[in-house]
Design a protein around this ligand. Sequence first.
Ligand code: UD1
Ligand code: CA
Length: 449
Amino acid sequence: MVAVAILAAGRGTRMKSSLPKVLHPLGGRSLVERVLESLSSIAPKRIFVIVGYQGEQVQQSLDRYPNVEFIEQTEQLGTGHAVQQLLPHLEGFSGDLLVLNGDVPLMRPQTLESLLKTHRDRQNAATILTAQHPNPQGYGRVFCQGNNVFQQIVEDRDCTDAQKQNPRINAGIYCFHWPKLSKILPKLETNNDQGEYYITDAVNYLNPVTVVDVEDYQEILGINDRKQLAAAYDILQTRLKDAAMASGVTLVDPHSVTLDDTIVLEPDTIIEPHTHIRGTSVIRSGSRIGPGSLIENSKIGQNVTVLYSVISDSVVADGSRVGPYAHLRGQADIGENCRIGNFVEIKQTEVGAKTNIAHLSYLGNATLGERVNVGAGTITANYDGVNKHPTHIGSRTKTGSNSVLVAPVNVGEDVTIAAGSVITEDVPDDSLAIARSRQTVKPGWKPKP
Ligand code: UD1
Ligand code: CA
């Protein structure tokens, strides 16, 4: 039986941020969410998150994990002190406790599984995850007898120069036999450089302890500052892009593309340079996105092209073409085989199939039928300064260049709106609407001298 504790109470001073460290986003998920996700193949009996600095905010951010229990560590007196907070909650628990630092976000589920397996097979008091790190600076160093019989952990700042040469680092991930750990926890002391209670000292008191080296040291990168956050992002991006390419996605220039691991890219999509795909976006096969595009929380159908455009919280159905320089946002819903062209902004608007909005338009809070032709420069005036109002445009209607549709207004089907019209009243089906003053020409007119 396993319980899990995620240590997430620290402020993360080195981040120089008002946001708690574990809430910093990394490729679409916060650090602590990623730690939670790394438990996917373990099925723990209970999961505790130790919160402190802005604990309420951390707790709120995890409200989609209903099984998580939160424990407050009101003063952050160190990682050992954080684990001590579990004592009243795990009274009588006879299983193992997996302890994870909330700032180690790239752990693979298999790694945690193998840590647990070693721990159980050997019936250890503690098993700790370590790595041979090319740049161990800042991490606790782990000293062993032979290859993996644990001797001690020494924090970087408590290491002698000779000890600092040891490349084997403590990942901050441990498995403890709880009945043994719970006896040691009250005995922790603060006789170290930081004057804190260290969970690493508990490991030093226990026996038997073995270490498990992680194969890929990049997995255990701890995030303490912005530079490490960027390094983790790099590692994550390499993982995601390798996986995307392996599954049949073309990344024309992987280096200039960024992906979130919450997105879906179907096989035979082509992602052009300088394109970023985020959140819950789905790109279906045959689509070509970019160059120079940002797709956020949007569903892009099959065989769609998007060129130099921004699409957020929106849907584009099969066969449509978007851009260059279009902006779809706030539940724009574009039907099949539409053309959305240069400098067009569409917000909270439903567009029927085969409709063209090719140049210089703003459509907000509108519904458009099928095969509508929206002339260059057509604008919905949807906002009266207080409220937003709807515009309806029926199928096969054509709006002339530079028309303004003052909402609320209904324009019927098969309507033609003359160029330059300001439409303030409803227009019935099958009609022509002209709403502009007649041109006056004064022959022979000259300015007064
Ligand atoms: C810790 C380990 C170090 C290891 C490194 C791996 C200790 C003493 N040192 O160092 O050996 O190499 O992680 O990344 O454990 N936290 C609390 N309450 C506290 C203090 C910290 O919840 O009172 C949380 C933090 O929010 C963070 C985690 O514990 O998520 C680790 O704390 P941090 O201060 O970053 O420890 P390191 O100095 O990195
Ligand atoms: Ca850390």
